[in-house]
Design a binder for this molecule. Structure first.
Ligand SMILES: [Zn+2]
Length: 431
């Protein structure tokens, strides 16, 4: 199959009259169109971009959207997250995942990390999320959590021998899937014991995967880790031996200068969630300093009830704007840098060959309507995509070569039916 848009965003910039050929889920060829062939998909008036990579999300949280929007972090956690996540059975978890995946695809996110912790002492719930991803048609990295802090709901918690054994078996079960990866994810320095964090690391080493962990989202976390373990979060993780090139540290809002230097020295990466950090009033991650130190960065939306949007294009914009506010400088972190974080850089942290339109890369693509008012005037199209583009401009999406959004509508699931089920499940949910 070949796609024939007006413009293609390649690593070298925009190219006109360019075909993108797809074979077995990968881009086989990017180059000039000599003649239109049978089976070509013509996309007049569209530009083709790489699909975006959502490096951190919790999909079930989309079902909690709107419940505690004006609470602080502790209020949100204790009055919304903990009690309402207890209402979800396996069907509810799968429904929340499908809902979030559907919304992300319509916003041009073709890969999603679901940091998943409603495990109920097994892998069946995670498998239900994986099945939902396959059905809706998104590329999924299931960051399978390991959690043993007794303050959290029981269904999040597992024992140290059981959790890593289950994560390892889930990784093995999906190792050869085209669109699914499983990676270990101890919840955080406060949500997982030292033994649990270490056990998750060993699974990552054994299976040679990335390793996800929440780090220093709120100020209280640093104080608590310091009080309990005698070190701030990054130093603590380093003493456990779990800070390295496979580490994806989520948030990192409250790091000291030498923690940034330590992350850089160890090669650890950041999954940055600017909208969520703003929404919960967490603070501002020092992304420009982290990038300058050589730390690799991807962008995440975080859960649907702490953002409350699920668009990586939105996170590109917020990344740039928030750093400008912090530095009082409108020249900081420009459109190209922000676009890179939400695409190629995020894919690289996850170990995925996606988010670049080039031969050999996975065929995860987004078409945007060049006639959309938000992309006018046509001065700097990439800057307009980052700062100005309306979600309505996204018309078509392909994941692994499968067209999952066509003319703005999902091809894989019935959105009306999905929304009917969401309304029925959440009827009467109030604080
Ligand atoms: Zn998170």
């Amino acid at each position: 199959m070949r796609l024939l848009p007006d413009l293609v965003l390649t690593p070298h910039g925009w190219v006109a009259d360019c075909a993108v050929a797809i074979t077995d889920g990968r881009i086989a060829f990017v180059g000039p169109v000599r003649a239109v062939e049978p089976g070509d998909v013509r996309l007049p008036g569209r530009a083709l971009l790489p699909g975006t990579v959502n490096a951190h999300c919790h999909t079930f949280q989309s079902l909690l959207r709107g419940l505690g929007d004006d609470l602080d972090f502790m209020g949100w956690r204790d009055r919304v997250l903990y009690p309402f996540s207890e209402r979800l059975d396996r069907d509810g978890i799968a429904l929340g995942a499908a809902f979030a995946f559907a919304e992300m695809l319509r916003h041009g996110a073709t890969t999603c990390v679901d940091f998943f912790y409603l495990n109920d002492d097994g892998n069946e719930n995670a498998e239900a999320v994986i099945e939902a991803a396959r059905r809706v048609g998104i590329r999924l990295v299931l960051a399978r959590a390991l959690y043993d802090w007794e303050g959290a709901p029981k269904r999040y918690r597992e024992s140290v021998p059981e959790a890593p054994r289950r994560v390892a078996s889930l990784i093995a079960a999906h190792r050869h899937d085209d669109t699914i990866r499983v990676q270990p994810a101890p919840h955080s320095a406060h949500g997982a014991s030292a033994a649990m964090i270490r056990a998750g690391w060993e699974v990552a080493e054994e299976a040679d995967t990335p390793f996800h962990i929440h780090v220093a989202e709120g100020q209280y976390e640093g104080q608590r880790t310091l009080a309990e373990h005698g070190a701030t979060p990054i130093r603590y993780l380093d003493t456990l031996g779990v800070l390295g090139p496979r580490t994806i540290a989520v948030h990192c809002v409250w790091l000291e200068d030498d923690e940034i230097a330590l992350m850089a020295a160890r090669g650890a990466a950041l999954a940055y969630c600017p909208s969520s950090n703003m929404f919960l009033g967490d603070g501002i991650t020092r992304v420009t300093e982290m990038l300058a130190a050589g730390i690799r960065v991807g962008l995440g939306t975080d859960g649907g009830c702490t953002n409350n949007r699920l668009s990586v294009f939105e996170e590109m914009r917020m990344t740039s704007l928030l750093q400008r506010v912090r530095h009082l400088d409108g020249a900081v972190l420009g459109a190209r840098a922000a676009f890179d974080l939400g695409t190629r850089s995020g894919a690289a942290l996850l170990g995925l060959e996606t988010a670049t339109i080039a031969p050999g890369q996975l065929a995860d693509l987004v078409a945007v309507d060049l006639d959309d008012p938000s992309l006018h005037p046509r001065t700097d199209l990439l800057a307009s995509v980052v700062y100005a583009m309306s979600p309505q401009a996204i018309t078509d999406v392909w994941v692994h070569g499968r067209r999952v959004v066509e003319h703005g509508r999902l091809t894989t699931v019935d959105m009306d039916e999905l929304l009917t089920r969401i309304r029925s499940l959440t009827t009467g949910w109030r604080l």
